[in-house]
Design a binder for this molecule. Structure first.
Ligand SMILES: [Mn+2]
Length: 296
């Protein structure tokens, strides 16, 4: 006998035939290497539950993003203690979705799942730029004995990405800082670089060619906006800054996949899952808004 509860659909959207949808939400209830607050595996279900309360019309964008078709697949069963296998499973699912020219939106779960997403994007699109939003550089080669720790996410993603832009960062070990400075493929746009304007990000993106994968570690946001993350860090992005930064990427680049990770439920706060649901839905709205404007 095999029992697995079916996941909730994002924004309560049911009734879509998988064949007709453009956006595939993939809940990834994976956490295995949390070093501060655990609980990220509860993140996806909380976001999906909150997303049922979203208004489907987005008055800021003036569109109904749901009309493009958003389907949610059942969360994959992942080997929690086997990070490499779990990442490979995420890669396989993303590869399938992207091979069908659909856009996977991963809901984490631990940030490490981004490695699977970036690897799949590389396989499908050939050249890939990863744009990471993160309070941390995550460029350690290994952390507490694991090369697949959440603290190594960007370093592992670099094994697949042609370029990596890390945005909103404000925490790093000296070794990571030094590595980022020396590694030609990496550009860091520190939190203090974008306090006044997002032009350093826009300028960097003007040099990007080919497909872009966005990884949004939710600790990029300020803890006053989103306290419930695995590894909070002060002086983060406001919700509006995050929106504008995402819009800066989406309006300039061909975004092929994204993840939103590290919502932790240990510090559960009623507004947190709704904040994430809203950010994800607005992001899908931006993709839709700019793709219809440019006929992508
Ligand atoms: Mn982080």
């Amino acid at each position: 006998m095999h029992r697995r509860p079916y996941t909730l659909p994002f924004a309560g959207l049911t009734g879509y035939e998988y064949g007709g949808v453009k956006y595939i939400v993939i809940p990834v209830a994976y956490d295995s290497t949390a070093s501060f607050y655990p609980g990220a595996r509860e993140g996806p279900i909380r976001v999906l539950r909150a997303s049922e309360e979203l208004e489907l019309y987005d008055p800021k964008l003036g569109i109904t993003p749901a009309e493009a078709g958003i389907a949610t697949i059942n969360d994959p069963e992942l080997p929690l203690g086997e990070p490499e296998e779990a990442i490979r499973a995420v890669e396989d699912i993303c590869h399938q979705v992207m091979s069908e020219k659909r856009i996977p939106i991963l809901l984490g779960g631990e940030h490490t799942i981004a490695v699977g997403g970036v690897a799949a994007a590389k396989r499908v699109y050939g050249r890939i730029t990863a744009v990471f939003f993160d309070a941390h550089l995550d460029l350690r080669d290994s952390y507490r004995g694991s090369r697949y720790s959440h603290a190594c996410t960007a370093r592992r993603a670099l094994e697949h990405a042609d370029r990596l832009i890390i945005v909103g960062c404000r925490e790093a070990s000296y070794d990571e800082f030094d590595y980022a400075r020396k590694e030609e493929k990496v550009t860091v746009i520190w939190r203090w670089d974008i306090l006044e304007s997002l032009s350093p990000l826009a300028e960097e993106l003007s040099r990007v060619k080919g497909a872009v994968y966005i990884s949004f570690d939710l600790d990029a946001l300020d803890p006053s906006v989103l306290p419930c993350v695995g590894c909070p860090s002060p002086d983060g992005l406001s919700f509006r800054e995050a929106e504008e930064a995402l819009s800066t990427v989406v309006s300039r680049c061909h975004v092929v996949a994204a993840d939103f990770t590290e919502l932790s439920c240990m510090l559960s706060h009623a507004s947190c899952s709704m904040t994430v649901a809203k950010l994800v839905y607005r992001f899908i709205g931006m993709l839709e808004y700019y793709s219809s404007a440019e006929g992508r």
